[in-house]
Design a protein around this ligand. Sequence first.
Ligand code: KG4
Ligand code: ZN
Length: 336
Amino acid sequence: MRVLGLETSCDETAAAIVDDGRRILSNRVLSQLAEHRPYGGVVPEIAARSHLDHLDRLIAEALDEAGMRLEELDGIAATAGPGLIGGVFVGVLTAKAIAAARRLPFLAVNHLEGHALTVRLTDGIAFPYLLLLISGGHCQLLAVEGVGKYRRYGSTIDDAVGEAFDKTAKMLGLGYPGGPAVERAAAGGKAGCFTLPRPMKGRPELDFSFSGLKTALRQQAESLNLEDAQAVSDLAAEFQQAVAEVLSDRVTGALRRFARETGQPGPLVVAGGVASNLTLRSALEETAAAAGSGFHAPPPALCTDNGAMIAWAGLERLQLGLVDPLDFAPRPRWPL
Ligand code: KG4
Ligand code: ZN
């Protein structure tokens, strides 16, 4: 069984083909970074137009790379939300058109489900697992019990983690996109030279909060000479350390609850764009080990947005007969 997946919900245009043997037959990703950089963030109108300009070519390249023709596909999946609605329309309408013309099953995939299931493509793990989903728009802890079966343990009450990284980068003059820039700066710095808070650490509920951290960072950044590269690196390192401690603390509580409810010690799965951060990955791996839990995270390139994760979620849905009608309406907001 082979499924083509399209991803157009933010600033990556992507098309990929995966099969039911967990092989990625092709994976084409085009970043729009250069188009948005002058504005310091993603401009929805520019994103939608750019998806429209490039998606057809990426699909042709994905088929080429896999050595396949459209009629050899078993299904076509597209991100149908949540995300920037103009871009989502481009992917969904393209997938529907191909599905209608070739009489193929159409699969409307929740972008978050794509992140949530990627580890089953890369590592082949079974349900259930505890998922920490950390991306530009989301920060959630979920018990993943099956395709479409998610129980939320906690989520952010204000900013997403990726958003906190992006804002931190802006305040420290590190540019866009923020996550990788903060990670690079932090690599040359030392946590502890500055003091930032660890919001929610030690609290019994499993939610997150990053706005207090952001405010504290702004105050420190305002009295900092941004030309002083070492000071900027030290502050970036302290920020990253604060995030690592907060995530580890929340995950420890969640693993305890997960073990109580499922009778299983894990494993812990980390996914979403922020999961490509190597410092956070190793902190979370240690946290899982301390709790006696296994640890899985997709390779960094499959943590940030891509088509393979959408193709795989589509394939898992297709195997269960969860096909969607061609009048499926895209959902700009769509919680898991
Ligand atoms: O999953 P993703 O590609 O798109 C969304 O679904 O949101 O995540 C993008 C987010 C951005 O906020 C970006 O700054 C963050 O992931 N990110 C990182 C790193 N790479 C990407 N955050 C921290 N460290 C990184 N290395
Ligand atoms: Zn994403």
